[in-house]
Write a protein that binds this ligand. Structure first.
Ligand code: MG
Length: 408
């Protein structure tokens, strides 16, 4: 069996996605997600110009060899563009291997370790009333764990809070705006730190002690600010506090860890296991947040989770809507198979997206399951996809009230 050709498919059914389709000489087709929010065309060019020509004629079953060939063979290692491109190839090859075997992919990863993957959704509101409505809406959809993001007094827009909750349309939060240049938001960390504990107190009083609650700090605090917040939130028993501080400096988490028992999750912007080396070996975090799409695919993620398992650290795979249904399906096969599963982020894709990408995964009683279709369980409607051409969209840029650029 040989790879006969590969195609880079760019579409925008509600948002931009990049998909790699690999076809074998036997006519077996595999899909991989190569979507890097706001830098989509860079990955598409990396694949078209530098990877697709290398794939033709290769044995699609040699997944580990192909991964090493693309990683070591590029000489220039790591980085989100390179690792998203490698992930797309890797996931497409796993899709092919599982289809040839006639098995859902999770069976090749060791089989199911659980009934399904506990999912968390994103509830948000500028004020408590809107936030409570959003939490209730998520509970009605079947979510059994919920991320809480709230407005901050004095700020017009805040990460994670859907503007549309104000007009009652939908609760989904979509930060990437269609535009040739990014929008700009404002931020005030002290106002946020004053406000957030009171919000969690109100949510616990309304919804009780059992509901798992999560929160995303989105890299905006210094280590000592993050320590202060983690400590202040301890009475509300968070499932996790995510991205409390930028973690390029992994040692910074030692300071946070010294001060709080609130569980910590980090890593959605990381792309290799090396980014976690100190965090994992010193047990400075509790959950690994990488996306399959941005971290080298199934092959690299399986190794990363096995490494984390040695230190009792669990998975929390990144799964907002900028991960395509292909990337989400890949995550669900891993979630089902690995022993140290923690939780899976799950934002529902738009109806347009789900018409282009036909999925086999299910969401029942708060649990996601990848389905039992051979392979990943995703079909791609190319004719429909071509009706949604690429349209530039960017994540916002963030500034402090005095105009200083800050982490978004
Ligand atoms: Mg996050």
């Amino acid at each position: 069996m040989k790879i006969s050709h590969a195609d880079v498919l760019v579409t925008s059914p509600g948002r931009n996605f990049v998909t790699l389709r690999i076809t074998t000489d036997d006519g077996v087709v595999g899909y991989g997600d190569a979507t890097l929010n706001g830098r989509e065309l860079a990955v598409a060019a990396y694949l078209s110009d530098h990877v697709v020509p290398l794939l033709t004629g290769r044995d699609p079953h040699r997944i580990e060899d192909t991964w090493q060939y693309l990683y070591r063979g590029a000489y220039w290692r790591r980085g989100p563009v390179t690792m998203a491109a490698i992930a797309a190839v890797d996931v497409a090859l796993w899709d092919i291997k599982a289809k040839v075997a006639g098995l859902p992919l999770y069976q090749l990863l060791g089989g199911a370790s659980r009934k399904g993957a506990l999912a968390y959704g994103h509830a948000s509101g500028f004020d408590l009333e809107a936030l409570f409505d959003s939490i209730r809406a998520h509970l009605e959809l079947g979510y059994r764990a919920i991320r809480i993001q709230t407005g901050v007094p004095g700020l017009d827009s805040v990460y994670g809070v859907s503007a549309s909750t104000q007009i009652g349309k939908r609760y989904d939060y979509e930060p990437a705006q269609r535009s040739a240049v990014p929008s700009e938001e404002q931020w005030d960390t002290r106002a946020y730190l004053r406000h957030l504990p009171a919000v969690f107190e109100a949510v616990r009083n309304e919804f009780g002690p059992e509901l798992p609650l999560l929160h995303d700090g989105h890299h905006r605090m210094t280590p000592i600010q993050a320590a202060k917040l983690g400590k202040a939130l301890e009475p509300y028993d968070l499932f996790w506090l995510e991205d409390c501080t930028p973690a390029e400096n992994q040692e910074a988490l030692r300071l946070v860890r010294q001060h709080t028992t609130t569980p910590l999750a980090i890593g959605e912007i990381f792309n290799t296991a090396f980014d976690y080396q100190t965090l994992i070996t010193e047990q400075l975090i509790d959950y690994v947040r990488s996306a399959v799409t941005h971290t080298g695919g199934i092959t690299a993620m399986k190794k990363l989770f096995d490494f984390a398992a040695l230190y009792q650290i669990k998975s929390g795979i990144h799964g907002p809507t900028d991960i395509s249904p292909v990337g989400q399906a890949a995550a669900l096969h891993l979630d089902l198979a690995i022993h140290n599963f923690g939780i899976q982020e799950y934002m529902r894709h738009s109806p347009e997206t789900l018409e282009v990408f036909r999925t086999s995964y299910t969401f029942t009683d708060g649990l996601l399951h990848p389905g039992d279709t051979p392979g990943l369980g995703i079909e791609y409607d190319e004719a429909l996809a071509e009706k949604f051409p690429y349209d530039p969209a960017y994540l916002p840029v963030n500034r402090l009230l005095d105009g200083t650029v800050h982490d978004w």
